[in-house]
Design a protein around this ligand. Structure first.
Ligand code: PMP
Length: 349
């Protein structure tokens, strides 16, 4: 802290991202990246951007990417917003779409960036407890609110809600925005983008960091009613008119266009997840049903912090959250079959 800090900055409690170690020999199962590379078509599109055109500013509207997303989901480009990672898209949504004076609602066990944005934008919030099986109970959200946000599948639990539960939430909250954060939707959930034409209070965010294996590129998006998208554009244009660079726009658009690579790699991750769940259950772990590219598991006799530390000694990094209700769980990203085997071998030792 220094005397030059504003009183506001002194109160900020920033998000702490998962560790990104330099040592590549570690088996890195801690930040839910995709073990398979991005689409070769995306790589080629990005390489094609590296040249004289970098002299020029990118398209401030990212039209090429918006069109690719619109084509993929059967919506209009005016229903799509793109930004520098879904974290940035979420930041704009917190800034521009959640009301003040009534609390924003989100689960007690969820993505820990949400309370950070509440701190940044002065939004009050209330957390709603997950049920005994760590699932979101939508009826518990029937209370005055300035908005609702949750990941689907939820993070770090991996549990997914069906579209009928989400519709129930949208119908009961017509005066506030319901934001469904679909960072992990492609690994087993049904996207609520199918509902955006019917519910003007629905905003869905997604990322290219997980199922499209482009975490290093930082691209995220939102889909919703054009009025919600316009609010995000206003915030964005008051902050940075060029959130995405030329390389990111080209690479992300091509990643959406390459459906084959996307489907194939998602299927591989899903098949590996099911194999890891079966093997860990056989080792005595309780594993929550996961629709994501990670699992959330605890062992009735083994302390989670100790387990994480001993895995680390064997060169395997997983995520352990020292948080209420979940401090005995480990969140483990699904890796390649070889990485998963290394994990299972270490756990059986
Ligand atoms: N939402 C959830 C639930 C996440 O777990 C993550 C990844 N940490 C994000 C959003 C942000 O992803 P990104 O900024 O890489 O798009």
């Amino acid at each position: 802290m220094s005397k030059f800090w504003s009183p506001f900055v002194k109160t900020l409690v920033p998000y702490v991202p998962g560790e990104q170690p330099k040592l590549s020999k570690l088996v890195k199962l801690n930040t839910n990246e995709n073990p398979y590379g991005p689409s070769p078509r995306a790589i080629a599109a990005m390489q094609a951007e590296i040249g004289d055109s970098l002299r020029l500013y990118p398209d401030p509207n990212g039209e090429r990417l918006k069109q690719a997303v619109a084509d993929y989901y059967g919506v209009q480009p005016a229903q799509v917003f793109v930004g520098n990672g879904s974290d940035e898209v979420l930041a704009h949504a917190f800034h521009g779409l959640f009301q003040h004076g009534k609390p924003l609602l989100f689960p007690d066990v969820t993505y820990s960036f949400y309370p950070v944005y509440c701190g940044l934008y002065g939004i009050e919030y209330e957390t709603i407890a997950l049920d005994q099986s760590f699932q979101i109970e939508v009826a518990d959200y029937d209370r005055p609110n300035g908005g609702i946000i949750f990941p689907n599948p939820n993070a770090p639990t991996g549990r997914v809600l069906g579209l009928s539960a989400i519709e129930r939430l949208l119908q009961a909250n017509t005066d506030s925005v319901v934001l469904v954060d679909e960072a992990y939707i492609d690994f087993g959930g049904e996207s609520a983008i199918a509902l955006v034409d019917r519910y003007p209070n629905l905003l869905v965010t997604q990322t290219l960091s997980k199922s499209r294996s482009l975490a290093g590129l930082r691209v995220g998006l939102a889909v919703g009613h054009p009025d919600l998208i316009e609010a995000l554009e206003r915030i964005k244009n008051s902050f940075n008119s060029y959130p995405l660079d030329r390389i990111a726009i080209a690479g992300a658009a091509a990643a959406f266009e390459d459906r084959e690579h996307f489907q194939q790699t998602c299927q591989q991750v899903i098949a590996s997840r099911e194999a890891v769940v079966a093997a860990m259950t056989a080792l005595g772990f309780e594993v929550l049903p996961s629709a994501a590219n990670f699992i959330f598991a605890r062992h009735p006799q083994q302390d989670a912090a100790t387990l994480a530390a001993s895995l680390r000694e064997e060169g395997i990094i997983v995520r352990h959250f020292k948080l209420p209700r979940i401090d005995q769980f480990l969140r483990i990203t699904i890796g390649t079959p070889e990485q998963n085997q290394a994990l299972l071998d270490a756990l059986s030792r």
